[in-house]
Write a protein that binds this ligand. Structure first.
Ligand SMILES: [Zn+2]
Length: 184
């Protein structure tokens, strides 16, 4: 089964934040490895607001009173981030997260307030973009050079660092400076 099917089973085909059955889709809870443990299944209304903090509608988020008791860490991480945005300290105090899960939750919050990652032309790069290397880059520790013109598909952003991205070159996951890349 694929990730989406697995999440459908886990969630009972309901939004894991608000229990809506409307336009459900997968949200990878960044920074995510793409596994089910780091993804949640949510409705379009929740997703839009999770992804854009300027679209927050406080009335929508009474649902967090319930979803904060989820046993899924990925759900709790998103609940933590939403409660932080809403400055709902009362519920935050009641939400128990293991230390490593709390660190994960906070990574997302600090990323929200960071500068976007830009390529050599100033174009904003997003996770999943494909880029081209604009000059030969010696990859320290990997023992090869990423040649000018190399395409790097499906890049990942580096949280808290807008000058770097991660991607695979020659099958090796490496960090590249965004100023030497051009979005394709
Ligand atoms: Zn929802």
């Amino acid at each position: 089964m694929g990730l989406e099917q697995d999440l459908q089973v886990r969630s009972g085909n309901r939004c894991e934040l608000c229990t809506s059955t409307d336009s459900l889709s997968v949200l990878e809870v960044s920074p995510s490895d793409g596994s089910i443990d780091q993804s949640i299944y949510i409705c379009s209304a929740c997703k839009e607001q999770v992804e854009d903090k300027d679209k927050m509608d406080e009335n929508h988020w009474h649902c967090l009173n319930e979803s904060m008791w989820s046993e899924e860490n990925a759900v709790k991480v998103v609940v933590y981030r939403m409660l932080s945005r809403l400055k709902n300290q009362e519920l935050l105090d009641m939400l128990y997260l293991e230390d490593d899960i709390k660190a994960w939750a906070e990574m997302g919050l600090s990323a929200e307030n960071k500068e976007p990652t830009r390529d050599a032309n100033g174009t904003i790069l997003q996770a999943g973009d494909s880029v081209s290397v604009i000059k030969d880059l010696v990859v320290k520790g990997a023992g090869f050079t990423a040649k000018q013109g190399t395409t790097v598909k499906n890049i990942h952003l580096v949280l808290g660092n807008c000058e770097q991205i991660e991607g695979r070159v020659n099958g090796t996951k490496i960090v590249l400076l965004s100023c030497y890349l051009k979005k394709l």
